[in-house]
Design a protein. Structure first.
Length: 263
């Protein structure tokens, strides 16, 4: 049963990913998608100029750098501190872009999808500004603290890759799933769908996390991840409400209804 659930999660995420690629071809969306990109680049450049060296110095006084110094590997400790500082800058810049996406962009993406690509999905939700701010800000704090607290585990082979991606996948799923559902789903639907599709949202968050760690593409990752969660939210709402007409494809401003739904 567990294996079947994983397979269905992967099928659903693949479906959402390809539909997002179809939607993203529309030039009208890029006015929204470029906003988080500007935030990510702006924050990264600012931190690069002001915080890289102080962060590297701070990491040299923390484990595991101090452990490496203790066994005589001073050079490796310095390399680790600088790598950790660089990755911390990326983590903070992504977190700021994702926070901006969740609070400002996702609801607009969902509204656009509801009017153009998913006209069969009716709006039952409302603006939950304070709740959205709480979910986004608290998740950002937990993500950054968790990233720092698990830093010593990076010395274990493989975990230096798994932990950052895992934390970012959790962060994406926790924040963007709520923000994407809030305008079109009522309280019961938000609660039930976040629980029912927890695995799918986490895998989707992991796809965004992997994109965030690819050079250059990483600056676009928050925007593209927000779009994927917007598409996923409309998909799960349509499924939950028993609407069998598939999502439309936007082709030169027209909505074409295509496809049957995953059951």
């Amino acid at each position: 049963m567990h294996r079947r659930g994983i397979v269905l999660d992967l099928i659903f995420v693949t479906r959402v990913f390809w539909r997002s690629l179809t939607v993203v071809r529309n030039p009208a969306l890029w006015k929204l998608l470029m906003m988080p990109v500007a935030v990510a680049i702006g924050v990264f450049v600012l931190l690069l100029a002001t915080a890289l060296q102080p962060l590297a110095g701070q990491f040299e006084t923390m484990a595991p750098a101090t452990w490496l110094v203790g066994i005589g590997w001073t050079g490796l400790a310095g390399v680790f501190a600088w790598v950790a500082a660089w990755l911390m800058l990326f983590a903070i810049s992504y977190a700021c872009a994702a926070l901006f996406s969740g609070l400002v962009i996702v609801s607009r993406l969902v509204d656009w999808l509801g009017k153009s690509t998913y006209p069969q999905v009716r709006r039952h939700g409302s603006d939950r500004v304070l709740q959205s701010v709480w979910v986004s800000v608290s998740s950002t704090v937990i993500y950054l603290l968790g990233w720092l607290m698990t830093l010593p585990l990076w010395l274990i082979p493989g975990l230096a890759f798994v932990l950052p991606v895992g934390w970012l996948a959790w962060f994406n799923a926790r924040t963007l799933a709520f923000d994407a559902l809030t305008n079109y789903a009522d309280d019961a639907e938000i609660r039930n769908l976040r629980r029912q599709y927890r695995g799918s949202f986490f895998v989707l968050g992991a796809v965004g996390a992997l994109m965030a760690h690819i050079p250059i593409l990483g600056f676009f990752a928050a925007s593209l991840t927000a779009l994927m969660f917007a598409v996923a939210a409309m998909e799960v709402l349509s499924l939950a409400r028993g609407q069998r007409d598939g999502a439309g494809e936007v082709v030169e401003g027209e909505v074409i209804v295509t496809g049957s739904r995953l059951r």
